[in-house]
Design a protein around this ligand. Structure first.
Ligand code: IMP
Ligand code: MG
Length: 187
């Protein structure tokens, strides 16, 4: 039975990626990652809170290789709340030692790339065996820094999206689809 989500009227302009499409792509990513990491020991999925938690929990259940998970939280400040500034602050660091481990950073969305390039630089200094990035969504047209993303679920246009982990002022992370905000009514 479909849940009746209580969304503010007019907030959702369109559904960009529906639940079935998301889940099918996550199954594909899971199969690809399971192959690519078949021989790797000590795999650690690093999820960036909070947006990536829904993606993480669905993705890890598609992995057939042993792995641990850990979390970090960062804030990136901007004049406008919907953009990152270039200044990134660590609010919560990893609990686990990553030296010699294979790290897969699991991220909800890459926009300018500033947040992730900062995280990659920070984690690289701790001497992991390898760092790769898996992002559910990417907005290539918005990139400000050169960042190699190893696995991308979907490339999307420059629109502000929410749902499936991504929030609108902390709400609606539970929606099972990726929706586009009606900018005239909300942003
Ligand atoms: P970046 O540093 O510009 O790549 O910003 C990445 C972060 O900005 C993501 O982890 C999200 O928290 C946030 N973000 C960027 N675009 C969107 C969007 O369309 N919806 C929700 N959050 C977004
Ligand atoms: Mg995020």
């Amino acid at each position: 039975m479909a849940l009746d989500y209580a969304l503010e009227p007019g907030l959702l302009k369109e559904i960009l990626i529906d639940e079935a499409t998301l889940q099918a792509r996550i199954r594909e990513l899971g199969a690809q990652l399971s192959g690519d990491y078949a021989d790797s020991e000590n795999l650690l999925l690093v999820a960036v809170l909070k947006g990536s938690v829904i993606f993480l929990t669905d993705l890890m259940r598609q992995l057939t290789v042993p792995h641990a998970i850990d979390f970090m939280a960062v804030t990136s400040y901007g004049v406008h709340a919907r953009q990152s500034s270039g200044t990134v602050r660590i609010d919560m660091d990893l609990k686990q030692n990553i030296e010699g481990r294979s790290i897969l950073i699991v991220e909800d969305i890459i926009d300018s790339g500033v947040t992730l390039s900062y995280i990659v630089k920070l984690l690289s200094a701790r001497n992991p065996a390898q760092i790769k990035i898996c992002a559910l969504l990417s907005k290539p047209s918005r990139r400000k820094v050169d960042l190699h993303v190893d696995y991308v679920g979907f490339e999307i246009p420059d629109k502000f999206v929410f749902g499936y982990g991504l929030d609108l002022d902390e709400l609606y992370r539970n929606l099972p689809f990726i929706g586009v905000v009606d900018a005239e009514k909300y942003l």
